[in-house]
Design a protein. Structure first.
Lengths: 423, 407
């Protein structure tokens, strides 16, 4: 406190400022500022000065901010040449006008300006301006627009700790160290999918290599089908197979269907035996039939089990949530005899046999039924899942409501809906 | 079969563009070229075939490497002010094109006695319907099919009229240039309707939205060469030849859609008018389903505004505002009484031709950016791309000099 400081809230306002020596001699203009993108609000550590004979990197601590210009603390020749570490981010070159991920809004946006702020005597990068105001400021029309529209002119600042830079477009010769996208990994897989769709192919590959395999599988399931195939083709085979193992068999099968035969066979070969078998079975059904959209994961129990034994079995299996609500009762040949809802199982007396609790009139479809018919049935009878059987009533799989919603919603709706979530 | 399907995944934008390129303005401009100058401008189509293939490949490479559209790349490389300039250029050119598509609908329907005022309202409603459907892939392909049908009709009609194929072929490689203002004007129109600013934007958006990457260069290049290079210009050649045989010898000029329809006479006789009307209508609608959308998309990508039809109005006001602008302004324009529709369609192509070099300069300046990696335009593509840009610039500057300054 006490000393009057020239405020410099935005990069666009100090960019191209004159840089002078202690005696007032002009030596160049400010070309860029650099930070190491760590911590909540990274400190500005270097200035890049455009001088008569090229760029010179100067430590920010060797510069004093004064009104209208920047003053070096020493003569330019005596200022030591600093060099930027590999992970340094140049604000103007690497961030201005580039795309970033707004991890709060879970979307890709473009940087119109960068907000800086003096915090405890240290100039820090505090936010990315992605609003109309930033854009108007860049063309020198912010003041004018403010006079016309008044305070209604929206501000769109994303605090820096919620920003994840996308760095595929760095016009560098590939020397910048890739910083792991830790903030991206914290998003919901469906949001990661939306963001990944806006990336370059190379960057998408990096993201899917960095994410933990479970998140990667969930995110990949949510990506548009055409793009899924191209991501899997770009990934190293081992990694692709790991992700496919983790995906629901029906999703994995849909994806593999879009790949060239050789690539598909290579990947199935690398997958775990059990997953590979499931997927191969699913691949035999046409894409637009019940068989094509069903998953081979389901809970099937023998009729002679008691309710208590069935619950114990569930505890052991820990099935995925969407597969838990309907439990199918099958005979020795895995023929479908009945269905029990989780609710019925829980309210049944522990010693009651499943055969006595189950509903023998179970709605089911043939594997060759069209997927639209399946969707209609699920909607009509308010089901969470519908079992799929072959001609001999053998249980093959189930179509769950989440698979059907995708059929019923028009393209693009998935994206629209997420904007409605309260954040 | 799977191999083929995988190939078809990438195959597409070039073929769709090929038919979209022969939109209202295209059909009209090629017809005028053939009717007024016979085989005199046919050589231009050989040049544009090569030029279009080159510029589209450069554009496709940009998108394959970065996953971004042209607008986004211009913004990153040239910053806000130049971006504003590029966007303005694109919007002016596209507004002209959209007006031409509206005029195309009006001209087509005029053959059935529908007044242009009614056509304007009808076209505007049709655009809204096309865009309101979240998924208009199928409708789009229906238009492409009709476009293909009409293209084949022109080819057959040209064949039935017994043109002097030898003459046509020699005129293709040995230019028969007429030194006149009208000739030059038509030349600019032919170039402007074949290589378009929106076509450059479209190829990139298409490649980026499909999520194609460096690996897909092969199929994309094949598609661009076959679709943009060969097919677009082959159809144009047939239109020019058909008009050169049927209309040019009569000394008539094309003043209305009915005049242009006569080129299809050898194929279907008195039904030529109906066939031409259907073709022009489908071609215009294909343009209407594409150009306003890609314009709004371009501007919003450049400035980072929410874009795409999956947003609600309140969430993407600028995107929808621009779309509305691109529907309302052309519709109002067509309401002007006594508008010479054919001239409007033709002049819009001239405007496109004049603005083209500006967009090409941006494309070429991006073509060797280091971040493109292996997809940087190489030792052949790069100089040739600049040659195309230089030729287009020379054409525009010469045109401005002769027409505006009266030199």
């Amino acid at each position: 406190m006490g000393t009057v400081r020239a405020t410099m809230p935005y990069l666009s306002e100090i960019h191209h400022r004159k840089v002078i020596e202690p005696n007032g001699n002009e030596v160049g203009t400010l070309k860029d500022l650099a930070v190491v993108p760590q911590g909540q609000f990274p400190a500005v550590q270097w200035a890049i000065v455009a001088t008569g004979d090229g760029e010179k990197v100067v430590k920010w601590s060797d510069i004093a901010q004064e009104i209208g210009h920047l003053r070096l603390r020493h003569r330019l020749e005596s200022v030591p040449d600093a060099s930027l570490p590999g992970e340094a981010l140049r604000l103007s070159r690497d961030l201005m006008d580039k795309q970033i991920v707004d991890t709060h809004g879970a979307k890709v946006v473009r940087v119109n300006d960068l907000q800086l702020s003096e915090i405890e005597g240290q100039l820090r990068l505090v936010g990315a301006d992605v609003g109309l105001r930033g854009l108007l400021r860049r063309i020198g029309a912010e003041g004018l627009a403010e006079r016309v529209f008044g305070k209604r002119l929206p501000r769109g600042i994303i605090p820096w700790h919620l920003v994840e830079p996308l760095d595929s477009n760095t016009p560098e010769h590939g020397v910048r160290v890739t910083v792991p996208r830790t903030k991206l990994a914290l998003l919901h897989p469906a949001d990661i999918a939306d963001i990944v769709e806006e990336m370059a192919a190379d960057e998408r590959r990096q993201v899917f290599e960095q994410l933990d395999v479970e998140t990667a599988a969930e995110a990949l399931s949510e990506v548009e089908p055409e793009m899924q195939a191209s991501i899997v083709t770009d990934l190293p085979e081992e990694r692709a197979a790991d992700i496919l193992d983790e995906m629901a068999p029906d999703e994995a099968a849909d994806l593999l269907q879009d790949l060239p035969v050789e690539r598909r066979e290579e990947l199935v070969e690398l997958m775990e035996k059990e997953e590979a078998e499931n997927v191969e079975e699913l691949l035999t059904y046409p894409e637009d039939t019940a068989g094509g959209i069903m998953t081979t994961d389901f809970v099937a129990l023998p009729a002679e089990l008691t309710a208590q034994q069935a619950i114990d079995r569930l505890r052991e299996l820990q099935p995925d949530p969407e597969l838990t609500y309907y439990l199918y009762v099958v005979d020795g040949q895995r023929r479908l005899d009945g269905v029990i809802s989780l609710r019925d199982l829980v309210v049944a007396k522990p010693e009651q046999k499943l055969a006595d609790v189950m509903d023998p009139h179970v709605l089911k479809v043939d594997a060759t039924a069209s997927k639209e018919d399946v969707a209609a049935l699920i909607a009509k009878y308010d089901l969470l899942a519908l079992p799929v059987v072959d001609a001999r009533r053998k249980l093959l799989g189930t179509v769950t409501v989440d698979d059907v919603v995708e059929i019923m919603l028009p393209r693009g709706w998935k994206k629209r809906s997420s904007r409605t979530l309260a954040r | 079969v799977t191999r083929l399907r995988f190939y078809l995944l990438a195959l597409g934008p070039g073929l769709v563009t090929a038919f979209a390129d022969n939109d209202a303005g295209g059909i009209t401009t090629y017809s005028i070229a053939g009717a007024q100058f016979g085989y005199g401008l046919i050589w231009v189509l050989l040049v544009t075939a090569v030029a279009l293939t080159l510029t589209q490949e450069v554009g496709a490479r940009l998108a394959l490497a970065t996953g971004q559209g042209l607008a986004g790349l211009i913004r990153e490389r040239f910053r806000v002010r130049w971006t504003a300039f590029a966007v303005l250029t694109m919007l002016v050119a596209n507004l002209g094109t959209t007006i031409a598509e509206f005029a195309g609908v009006a001209a087509a329907l005029s053959l059935f006695g529908v007044p242009p005022q009614l056509s304007a309202v009808l076209s505007a409603s049709l655009v809204v319907v096309l865009l309101a459907r979240a998924n208009f892939d199928r409708i789009q392909y229906a238009f492409v099919l009709i476009g293909a049908g009409v293209s084949i009709s022109y080819a057959v009609s040209a064949y039935l009229a017994h043109p002097d194929w030898g003459h046509a072929a020699s005129a293709l490689v040995r230019p028969e240039i007429t030194l006149s203002n009208a000739y030059f004007l038509t030349l600019v129109g032919v170039v402007g309707t074949t290589i378009t600013p929106w076509g450059q934007a479209l190829i990139q958006s298409y490649v980026a939205d499909k999520g194609l990457g460096p690996r897909d260069l092969g199929p994309v290049r094949l598609d661009v060469t076959l679709g943009s290079g060969v097919l677009t210009n082959l159809i144009a050649v047939f239109i020019v030849v058909a008009c050169a045989v049927t209309i040019f010898p009569t000394g008539a000029t094309i003043e209305s859609a009915a005049d242009a329809a006569r080129a299809l006479g050898p194929l279907v006789g008195p039904s030529a008018t109906t066939l031409f009307a259907i073709g022009l209508f489908a071609a215009s609608l294909l343009g209407l389903a594409t150009v306003p959308l890609s314009s709004a998309y371009f501007a919003c990508e450049a400035f980072g505004f929410e874009r795409g039809l999956h947003w609600r109005w309140a969430e993407a006001p600028i995107f929808y505002g621009l779309l509305t602008f691109f529907v309302a302004v052309p519709a109002l324009f067509i309401l002007i009484p006594g508008l010479p529709l054919i001239q409007v369609m033709f002049l819009a192509q001239v405007v496109n031709g004049l603005l083209l070099p500006i967009i090409l300069v941006f494309v070429m300046k991006l073509a060797r950016e280091p971040n493109l990696g292996d997809l940087r335009s190489g030792r052949v593509l790069y100089p040739l791309g600049w040659l195309v840009t230089a030729l287009a610039s020379a054409m525009s500057l010469a045109f401005v000099a002769t027409q505006v300054l009266g030199i």
